[in-house]
Design a protein around this ligand. Structure first.
Ligand SMILES: Nc1ncnc2c1ncn2[C@@H]1O[C@H](COP(=O)(O)OP(=O)(O)O)[C@@H](O)[C@H]1O
Ligand SMILES: [Mg+2]
Length: 213
């Protein structure tokens, strides 16, 4: 396998198993001899992680939705240009815990920012760069929240009401249904082993596709 790497993102609401599956996926790809970079958004570089802290910290001050949106894309610009694109150019595969789909879901569906405005920033920051594959782990909001609560302190997003996450889930599913070639929706209610098995099968497809490229 040679040439450009593949950019694979993991999406879904809180606690559906993104971080867990991402680690498993990295192991699967590495055992196929692929060099893998594991990263996350917001964050992924020291500066972008500093922006993440600004974004996630619960605070008394109300956060303006445009401030939140711009910080997300500021972190993304840094992450994309200093880490993701150079890795892909070097033939490495990049697995990212959330990416721009999360902005459409959280800032769009959750906060009510228009799709148009998000698309403008997407073009500004990414040009026509998009993930090669999006793995959407889908579960009813309560299922993920119950899992996420076990992690301890809730961040600024996790403290939102159920309705906020219902809107997010709906945007994710809508985006997936509009681009079935790019998205794979996996039922994340299933036991961990079954979810892992489905993600692994999908990765095998992606690897064999890449090998015949
Ligand atoms: N399919 C599953 N069934 C039961 N528990 C799961 C499953 N997937 C993940 N978990 C557990 O749920 C919690 C949240 O998973 P995590 O991967 O951190 O979710 P996310 O990154 O999507 O917020 C963890 O404790 C994890 O071990
Ligand atoms: Mg996570």
């Amino acid at each position: 396998m040679s040439g450009r790497g593949r950019f694979i993102t993991f999406e879904g609401t809180e606690g559906v198993g993104k971080s867990t599956q991402l680690q498993q996926a990295a192991a699967t790809l590495r055992s196929a001899g692929i060099v893998v970079v594991v990263t996350r958004e917001p964050g992924g570089t020291p500066m972008a992680e500093a922006i993440r802290e600004l974004l996630l910290a619960p605070r008394a001050e109300a956060v303006n939705e445009t401030t939140e949106l711009l910080l997300m894309f500021a972190a993304r610009a840094q992450h994309l240009h200093t880490l993701i694109l150079p890795a892909l150019a070097a033939g490495q595969w990049v697995l990212c815990d959330r990416f721009t789909d999360a902005t459409f879901a959280y800032q769009g569906g959750g906060r009510g920012v228009s799709t148009d405005r998000i698309e403008q920033l997407e073009t500004l920051v990414q040009g026509d760069m998009r993930p090669d594959h999006v793995i959407l782990l889908d579960a009813p909001v309560e299922v993920g929240m119950a899992r996420a609560r076990k992690r301890g302190e809730l961040d600024r997003f996790e403290q939102e009401a159920i309705a906020f996450f219902e809107r997010i889930r709906a945007v994710y599913l809508d985006r997936a249904s509009k681009s079935p070639a790019q998205y794979r929706v996996i039922n994340a209610v299933q036991p961990l082993d079954s979810v892992t098995e489905q993600v692994t099968l999908l990765l095998r497809e992606i690897i064999s596709e890449a090998m015949t490229d």
